[in-house]
Design a protein around this ligand. Sequence first.
Ligand SMILES: NC(=O)C1=CN([C@@H]2O[C@H](COP(=O)(O)OP(=O)(O)OC[C@H]3O[C@@H](n4cnc5c(N)ncnc54)[C@H](O)[C@@H]3O)[C@@H](O)[C@H]2O)C=CC1
Ligand SMILES: O=C(O)[C@@H]1CCC=N1
Length: 272
Amino acid sequence: MKIGFIGGGNMASSIIGGLVASGVSASNIWASDPNADSLAKLREVAAVHTGSDNNALISQVNVVILAVKPQLMKVVALDIAAAVQTHQPLIITIAAGVASASLATWLGGSPAIVRCMPNTPALVRSGATGLYANDQVSAAQRRQASTILEAVGLALWVDNEAQLDAVTAVSGSGPAYFFLVMEAMQAAGRDMGLSAEIAQQLTLQTALGAAKMAVASDVDVGELRRRVTSPKGTTERAINILEDGGLRQLFAHALEGARVRAEELAIELEGE
Ligand SMILES: NC(=O)C1=CN([C@@H]2O[C@H](COP(=O)(O)OP(=O)(O)OC[C@H]3O[C@@H](n4cnc5c(N)ncnc54)[C@H](O)[C@@H]3O)[C@@H](O)[C@H]2O)C=CC1
Ligand SMILES: O=C(O)[C@@H]1CCC=N1
């Protein structure tokens, strides 16, 4: 597999780091980006081939990962359309909100497209990615896409593209929800007299410990929560306050808001 990244920023850098750490040779990876600083940073991650000509890259590879900002996708796709039609690589897009049908229209022909929604913990190889393949993608190309995204964490296929909007709401935006909860817990700890440093360390270690336990456990998170919650104890008091405050409904409402916004973004970007 020869893999080319168009756009060599943060996400490309983390995926390249993951690929190389998982045994892919840097000599099989290309990246193109007009920004020399981005390319210099990439070369610190791995000795990949770098350049600024997106079309030259396409003639070298059989998998192209589009890792530019969503608003740039149309202009980049129109520019590489002829080369993609000639070389027929698998196209993997990680841009938020760019529908595979829009991308197919810009590229022309019948391109094989895998659209993914990764998240920022990919930067520390603990990402969670949802993937969707259009009808032109072969079984072998699906395996190639899985291999690439699994290099930075969990990668799961969804059945239809609309589900990627739900993936965006759950895991794409999800790290921010957990960061917000951590901010709130740190502030509460400080308000109760802990130093900022101690409130922060206790909060972050608790988040890490809870996530590790949840991932390793053979029971669901509801059961893990009940096991912390002693009858008439401290956790019960706190959980009752959160439940009475409507935390579950608030999360349902917030994630539905994110899902609807993902739908709106796809429509806005279609017309860009
Ligand atoms: N950061 C995040 O939380 C997530 C980002 N994504 C998606 O990943 C994509 C990339 O995001 P980041 O890596 O965070 O952005 P970034 O800004 O770090 O990287 C984008 C790179 O594209 C380059 N670029 C600009 N014009 C170009 C062109 N014409 N040809 C080639 N390269 C060009 C820029 O110089 C930059 O190095 C975005 O579409 C974003 O929606 C997806 C999920 C999560
Ligand atoms: O907030 C956003 O729109 C993007 C998509 C998921 C994470 N960041």
